[in-house]
Design a protein around this ligand. Structure first.
Ligand SMILES: [Zn+2]
Length: 281
């Protein structure tokens, strides 16, 4: 609707150069620099600061909400990994059980052979036949012993694996509970932050009503152009809260007067006195 002019110019253009000790006389600024509209510069500065705070809070909500689904996703991946692990262990144990079953059958066969040879020994025609059967029996006994040894080894492996499986299963259960909880939390947070965001949007738009369009456009453009979305920053420890460059004393004084919109000569952000927070709108 209103003048769609492309305003990039900041109010109160920094007095170029003159960075050496500024002449302390410039201090007095036209007390009535107030624009024709009904709000004073001080009120506008306050509104700008508020606006920035609301908009930053909205930015943060978006960041937080952006990370939560990722956390849930990570948890889901972890659960899948654990489930696969449990499955693989079970397959391994099944293999070991099969091996033991095979060995048991082999033992049974060996025992049957021994029985058969022992019977044959009773009907041998000579010593040579008898000895040969004795050797066979001995061999089968050795086979049985070998099977027993293998079975015991495998049983021990199964036992230790069962322990690991038990751990993995309980981890799995824990993660699943975590996931259930996290998902619920996520849903709640989404619902909650949406509510919060709407509230902040409202506050942001009512703060922006106090600021004239030219300033507002500059604010928006600055926000879009800086990484942290900060277009209005407080003076902190005599420095710009945006780029942290020192602010000359005279400029600091001017900022504290709340009489003009002053921007950082390094980064172009609007500088405000932190005390502006206490001004009533
Ligand atoms: Zn700066």
């Amino acid at each position: 609707m209103a003048t769609a002019k492309k305003v990039a110019k900041k109010a109160a253009k920094p007095k170029a150069a003159a960075k050496a000790s500024a002449t302390p006389k410039a201090k007095k600024t036209t007390g009535k620099s107030t624009t024709p509209d009904k709000f004073s510069v001080e009120q506008k500065l306050k509104a700008l600061f508020d606006l920035q705070n609301f908009d930053s809070a909205i930015d943060n909500i978006k960041i937080v909400r952006g990370e939560l689904p990722l956390e849930v996703e990570d948890l889901e991946d972890e659960i899948e990994g654990l489930a696969t692990r449990v499955k693989n262990f079970n397959t391994e144990i099944k293999g070991l059980d099969d091996f033991i079953a095979t060995k048991k059958l082999e033992m049974k066969d060996a025992a049957a052979i021994i029985k058969k040879y022992a019977k044959q020994q009773k009907n041998v025609r000579n010593n040579r036949e008898y000895d040969s059967l004795t050797k066979e029996i001995e061999f089968q006994n050795l086979e049985i012993q070998l099977c027993e040894k293998k079975i015991n080894e495998h049983r021990a492996t199964i036992e230790s694996k069962a322990e690991v499986i038990g751990q993995a299963k309980s981890d799995l259960k824990e993660r699943k509970d975590d996931l259930k909880y996290k998902k619920k939390e996520l849903d709640e947070i989404i619902a909650e932050t949406e509510k919060e965001e709407r509230k902040l949007q409202k506050k942001s738009s009512s703060a922006s009503k106090i600021i004239e369009e030219r300033l507002l456009t500059g604010y928006q453009m600055k926000r879009d152009n800086v990484k942290n979305g900060l277009a209005v920053v407080p003076v902190e420890r005599s420095s710009c809260g945006g780029c942290f460059n020192k602010i000359p004393p005279q400029r600091q004084l001017d900022i504290r007067l709340h009489k003009k919109i002053i921007v950082c000569e390094h980064c172009g952000r609007i500088l405000v006195d932190p005390e502006i927070e206490n001004v009533n709108l």
